[in-house]
Design a protein around this ligand. Sequence first.
Ligand SMILES: [Zn+2]
Length: 191
Amino acid sequence: MRKGVWVKNLVIIVATLGIFLSQVVTGTAAAASMTPFGQERFAHAHATYVITTKSAYYRGVWQSAIKAWNATGVFKFEKSHSRNAQIDLDTNRGQRAAAMGDDVGLTDYWARHYDMVAVLCALNPRLMHEFQYSRADEVHVAEHELGHAMGLDHNPSRRSVMYYENRSEGIQKVDIEGVYERYLTPAGEAS
Ligand SMILES: [Zn+2]
C-alpha cells in the first residue's frame, strides 16, 4: 500500500512538471501582442523635435531613429531648430549620465491633463560604449525612447522595440499598432 501511494505521488509530480514545461515553451513561442500605451499623448500624431546633443555621431543616431519612425506613417516627427521644440533629443555626460544608473536611455516628459507638453529623451553613451553596443543597437535604444515620447509603455515581449531591456530589436508591427491605437484613443485612457 505504501509503495502504491509513493508511485502515485511520483506520477503526479512528473505530470505537473510536464505541464509547467509546456507552458514555458508556449509562452516563449507566443507572438508579441500590441505594445501597450499609457494615458499621456501629444494632442495630434505629430510633434516637433530638436537635437541638442553636441555629438555629431549621436545626432546621426537620433536622426536614424526619427527616420525609422517617420517611415511607419503612424506619427510624424517634424524637425525644428528652435529650443521651443516639443521634444529635445540629447545625450547625457558626467553627473547626469551617472544619475541614469543602468539605463542606456531615459525619457522624461511633462504633461497637462494627459496632454504631453514637453519631452526630453537622453542616451547614455558611456554605458553603451562600456557594453559594446553597435550603432544599430544604439539606434534601437533611440527608437525605444521615441516610443516613450509618443506615449508607448513597455511591451513584456522581447519581440518589440519597447521591451524594457531591448537592444537587438528595431520597430516591430506591434509597436506601430500601439502608436496607431494610442492616437485613436483619447488622452487620459490607456490600452
Ligand atoms: Zn523604456
